[in-house]
Design a protein around this ligand. Structure first.
Ligand code: CA
Length: 242
């Protein structure tokens, strides 16, 4: 099955990856999923290959010859807001908070399953479509079974109303506005509490826990609000595949 970014055009992926064996498997796998794949082997080639509007998403390895993934990310962000998914190797020291601040959309750690990667790609593309479709503030946001009526400050899960406190509502609103995107703890705290944030860093987690209790089928194994360890939280747009 293939999914297209717009109309009948195939989604174009720029893969920046220097491990040869990995590139081949990835290219074949992504093509099988209906993507157009261009692969480059180092950071400098990535900048040469990239033209704004020519790619729908970039998969960017961090450890690259000639120019690091971090530098590539910085350079791409100067010219484009193309969705960029960071790929890091297991055990690699990665400052995800910094990468997200610079403008990475999401990240995966090698080794990952193709299925997970494809889900992440589709999530960032969907998020982009959502953002492009409603540059104005939405007054009603619907994601899966969750429906948020922003003006009326009401929240429904599978049709049943759940009562949210002010900060919980603001937190859920922010997460729903950024489906598929990792939101760092710093961003969540800043946007929801700002200078009101008092107490220890647990306050955010307490609110997330309560939200999960209200919207998740199984709060101990959340499907919607997932934890990105050491970084923050993400509202998932894809059903977990087990
Ligand atoms: Ca590498």
């Amino acid at each position: 099955m293939s999914k297209h970014a717009d109309g009948g055009r195939r989604t174009r992926v720029l893969v920046v990856e220097d491990e040869e064996s990995f590139v081949e498997a990835l290219t074949i796998g992504l093509q099988r999923e209906g993507f157009d794949v261009t692969a480059v082997r180092d950071g400098l080639d990535a900048l040469h290959a990239f033209r704004p509007g020519e790619f729908d998403v970039v998969l960017l390895d961090l450890m690259l010859p000639r120019l690091s993934g971090l530098d590539v990310l910085r350079s791409l962000r100067e010219v484009s807001d193309v969705p960029i998914i960071i790929v890091s190797a297991k055990g690699e020291e990665v400052d995800m908070v910094l990468l997200l601040e610079i403008g990475a959309d999401d990240y995966v750690t090698k080794p990952y399953r193709l299925r997970e990667l494809v889900a992440r790609i589709r999530a960032v593309l969907r998020r982009r479509e959502v953002r492009d479709a409603d540059e104005d503030d939405e007054s009603v946001i619907e994601r899966g079974p969750i429906r948020l009526d922003v003006d009326a400050r009401r929240c429904f899960v599978a049709g049943a109303e759940v009562k949210l406190r002010k900060k919980e509502f603001a937190l859920l609103h922010l997460l729903l506005e950024n489906p598929g995107r990792v939101l760092t703890r710093e961003v969540l705290i800043d946007r929801v509490w700002g200078s009101d944030y008092v107490g220890d860093t647990k306050t955010l987690d307490v609110h997330i826990k309560r939200l999960r209790g209200l919207i998740e089928r199984n709060p101990k194994s959340p499907e919607f609000i997932t934890t990105v360890r050491g970084v923050g939280y993400r509202f998932e747009t894809t059903a977990p595949t087990g």
